[in-house]
Design a protein. Structure first.
Length: 334
């Protein structure tokens, strides 16, 4: 769904909510001087410049906030974020940040004040996501996600030969060519006579994280485990994991900066799951520990994957921890 269509559908959905009584709302799709703005919507006589996203969720909300904060023009006028769908988990984040929104299925929160006085407030939520919202493009299928993950880990990786990339990703040379061609078509890769350059990394990271959770991570599931007792759970960070196994998600984030006390336990492995029993701290019964198959080369947990795992649940504590990692360890994506 294109940006113009999203605006048209969102306005139509708002009007339908008001039925016969109607709502004085119009839109103007004239190109704006600022390229991040995609038009203007007028609600009850007030003009709102529009940002457009396909979906607003816990994964891309940070980038959207940063984009708004980085645009001086948007600090002086009420803004309207328009999307095909806004996930309920980010409603409070948007409200706290003072960002109005409307989506194509009829959810909206709009507050307009002047001189600290409330002029009008509109709100309607509870409509479900449209069908097939999270359809993945070919480059965001399993093999493509592995290639993009490798490219995101180091800006120099995009300039490596196809065979060097293949060695790290275990995918075909044809897949690598197709992924790079598609990334170039989408302007994520710039190819010059001398080299390839990765561009718009933050948006590509968002797309990778979102599709990682929808497409790749479910296929990596190995098994669930339980801690042997409450003491083992409380002292999880004292457990010496066998070679080839490492903590992921909240545990890995804690090991990076100690900021988030883990409530969810994830493990990645490239050895047989039975090796985990050697710790003496876990049992092979259904429990609070989830094991996934490793899909990268190396013995350490990539920071990008820690960031992605944190955003998977969409809860505020994990989003806050993910943003800290983005600001500190992944500052080159800001």
């Amino acid at each position: 769904m294109g940006e113009i269509h999203i605006i048209e559908q969102a306005v139509s959905a708002m009007k339908q909510q008001w039925g016969e009584s109607g709502l004085n709302i119009t839109y103007d799709l004239t190109p704006q001087s600022n390229p991040i703005l995609k038009g203007r919507v007028n609600i009850i006589g007030i003009d709102f410049p529009c940002l457009v996203e396909n979906e607003v969720n816990s994964i891309n909300i940070g980038r959207i906030q940063d984009m708004i904060k980085g645009c001086a023009e948007l600090q002086k006028t009420p803004i309207l974020l328009i999307a095909r769908y806004v996930q309920p988990g980010v409603y409070n984040i948007l409200r706290t940040a003072g960002i109005n929104f409307v989506d194509t299925v009829g959810n909206y929160q709009i507050l307009y004040t002047k001189d600290k006085k409330l002029i009008f407030q509109l709100s309607h939520t509870g409509e479900k996501a449209p069908i097939a919202l999270n359809k993945a493009y070919p480059i965001f299928q399993e093999a493509g996600l592995k290639v993009i993950f490798y490219l995101l880990q180091d800006v120099d990786n995009v300039g490596k030969t196809f065979r060097e990339i293949k060695e790290q990703c275990d995918v075909s040379l044809g897949t690598i060519k197709n992924v790079l061609d598609e990334l170039e078509a989408r302007k994520f890769v710039l190819t010059t006579k001398r080299k390839r350059i990765l561009k718009d990394k933050r948006r590509l990271l968002d797309l990778w994280v979102e599709n990682y959770h929808h497409v790749l991570k479910p296929k990596l599931l190995v098994k669930h485990f339980a801690f042997r007792d409450e003491q083992s759970k409380a002292q999880w960070d004292k457990i010496v994991l066998p070679e080839g196994i490492c903590w992921g998600g909240e545990c890995a984030a804690y090991q990076v900066n100690g900021y988030l006390t883990p409530q969810k336990f994830e493990i990645y492995t490239d050895v047989a799951w039975g090796n985990l029993m050697k710790t003496g701290a876990m049992r092979a019964t259904e429990g609070e520990i989830t094991m996934y198959q490793k899909f990268w080369k190396g013995s350490t947990m990539p920071i990008i994957l820690i960031y992605a795992d944190l955003l998977g649940d969409g809860n505020s504590r994990s989003i806050e921890a993910a943003n800290k990692i983005l600001n500190d360890e992944l500052s080159n994506f800001k």
